[in-house]
Design a protein around this ligand. Sequence first.
Ligand code: 2HA
Ligand code: ZN
Length: 269
Amino acid sequence: MSVLDSRPALKAAVWQVAETAGYLWTKGWAERNGGNITVNVTEYVDESMRALPAISEAIPIGVELPHLTACWFYCKGTQKRMRDLARDPMANGSIIRITDDCAHYEIVADALVMPTSELPSHLSVHDYLLAKGSPYRASLHTHPIELVALTHSKKYMEKDVATKLLWSMIPETKAFCPRGLGMVPYMLPSSVELAKATIEAIDDNYDVVMWEKHGVFAVDTDIMAAFDQVDVLNKAAQIYISARNMGFVPEGMTDAQMQEISDVFGLPK
Ligand code: 2HA
Ligand code: ZN
C-alpha cells in the first residue's frame, strides 16, 4: 500500500520527480547520492491523507519557517541515489508534513526514509517562495558538469558574465532561462550561510543559482521545469566548450540579436 495508490495527482507529481532523477543520473550530474529534490505537494493532499498518523517522531528542522504551517513535501532521502529514486521514489524519498509550530516535520509516507541533508536550506527556500506569493513549488540541487567547470574561473563568477556568455551560445537559452544564472561564492555544503546566500540570489530574481565549485540550485513551478532551465544552461556551456575544443573562441550572438529574442518572446527584465 502506498499513499499514492488512490491519489493520481500526487502520484503524477512524485513520478515526475522519479523521471527527473533518471535524467540527472543519465546526464552524469548525480554521482553517488549527489543532489537533492524537494517538491511542495500540499495541493495534492486530501482530507484522508491529512488524517494519517505520522510514522516518525516530530523532528526539528533547525529553523522556524512560518509560511510552511500545514505544508507537505516530497523529499529525496538522505544518502539515497537519484538512479535508485528513478525506479522507486517512495523507497528513496518520503512525504513529510510540517507541524503546527512550523519548526518540526514528521514523516507520513510510505517508509521511514530520512529526508535530504539539505532539508533546512530547501525548506527555507520554499518558505521564502510562499512568503513572496510565488507559484514555484519545486527545488532542485544537482551537479551539472560543464556549469560547475565554468565556476572554477573567477571571470565567470562575476555577476552576469556567465549568463551573457551562455545566452549568446544559442537563442533558446535566453528564451527558456530568461532570468539567467545567479552566482554564489563557495560555501560549505548544507550550511546556513549557503542557504541564506541562495535565497538572496533568488530574491535578486534568478531561478537558477550556481554554487561555486559545487553545483546548481534551481526553482520553478514543478521539478521538470526546474530541470529544463538547468538543462538549457548546461547545453549552452557544452556548446561553448565544444567550440573551444575545436580550437577557437565562439563568436556568440550579438547584443542586438539577444535583445531581439527578449522583444519577440516578451521576456522578463
Ligand atoms: O546531497 O549534493 O550538496 C548531496 C549533495 C549535497
Ligand atoms: Zn551537492
